[in-house]
Design a protein around this ligand. Structure first.
Ligand code: SER
Length: 322
């Protein structure tokens, strides 16, 4: 069994991914790390350690000591937050990736790296409907610029040094376990929490802003499937488009209203509207489907039912979450 390191285990993706990986690889083989404490099940369900990916010496020491074979690097500053501190965000998003790629190049035991890219690599000059895998990429956010540069670095380390690094351009990710922090697609998580907590939501994107979204169980399965795929099946050395389903805030609101009829919404777009307007509305993920059989189990309806049920349980509001 491979030993797996997850960096960013306390975050939105990490806190679900660690659970998925431990089921497959065994609890003691999946090392969860973050710069802050993670949810209880992550810290108690297997090895957990505070670790800063920016500290390359501490990182390489950890990787050698625990004989790590696969690294999932999930630490990042998301799109909204990155606009507030552009230089720091660039440094964190780039240096963390370069630290991991350099270690993967040097340490023979490290066989594979996963690093998430995003639909943020696209920009206003990209075709916005059914955005192809290979197209114009002129991102206008610091986050998008760092993800595009990161994709090129992944491709470079594969071609130059044979580092097997795999990546997905995630659309907005919807989950109930850990809330995202500082992203443009975060409304799609907040809206469920607020529907249950307050029965009203003040949305920071306008009602008809269409964006591609993916429910976390589909994202986790796709990520592990990509990492398990035989290398020779992969035609890309960088990041695969993933589409999920496309929705607008209005459509999500209407779906929640079928469960909570008294739910109210207001739209007050903030600076994230311009970011959303520069991203694709829907994604062509045919290359991921062809190369490693990517598929989805959730659509808006199925995802919403589960989100309301699970958040209802978490917050102790059983009645509003049928
Ligand atoms: N969900 C991310 C964000 O909104 C995009 O990758 O920043």
């Amino acid at each position: 069994m491979d030993n797996i390191l997850v960096i960013g285990a306390a975050g939105q993706i990490g806190s679900d991914l660690v659970v998925g990986l431990r089921k497959i690889y065994g609890s003691s083989n999946v090392f969860a790390t973050d710069i802050k404490p993670a949810p209880q099940d992550i810290m108690e369900g297997g090895p957990f350690q505070i670790l800063d990916v920016m500290d390359d010496k501490q990182l390489i020491h950890f990787i050698i000591r625990h004989k790590i074979n696969q690294i999932y690097l999930l630490a990042a500053v998301l799109s909204g937050n990155a606009e507030k501190l552009p230089v720091q965000a660039w440094e964190i998003n780039m240096k963390s990736l370069l630290n991991v790629l350099e270690i993967a190049k040097m340490v023979e035991d490290v066989k594979k790296v996963f690093w998430p890219s995003s639909i943020a690599v696209f920009g206003p000059t990209t075709p916005r409907l059914h955005t192809p895998q290979l197209t114009i990429m002129e991102p206008i956010t610091v986050y998008g610029i760092s993800k595009l540069a990161g994709e090129r670095w992944c491709d470079y380390y594969f071609n130059k040094f044979g580092v097997d690094v795999r990546s997905i351009r995630y659309p907005g990710l919807i989950s109930y376990k850990t809330e995202a922090g500082g992203g443009t697609t975060d409304y799609s998580v907040e809206i469920f929490y607020e529907a249950i907590r307050k029965k009203q939501y003040n949305c920071f994107l306008s009602e008809n802003t269409a964006l591609p979204m993916l429910y976390m169980p589909d994202a986790i399965r796709a990520t592990i499937d990509l990492m398990e795929a035989p290398r020779e099946k992969l035609s890309l050395n960088s990041a695969y488009n993933l589409g999920g389903f496309s929705v607008t805030p209005k459509r999500v609101y209407e779906e929640i209203r079928t469960h909570i009829p008294e739910f109210k919404i207001e739209y007050n777009p903030d600076f994230r509207q311009a970011i959303a307007d520069s991203w694709p509305q829907s994604i062509d993920d045919s290359v991921a489907k062809k190369d490693w059989g990517c598929y989805y189990e959730y659509d808006l309806e199925k995802m919403s039912t589960e989100m309301l049920r699970e958040i209802g349980r978490k917050l102790g509001h059983f009645d509003s979450a049928q």
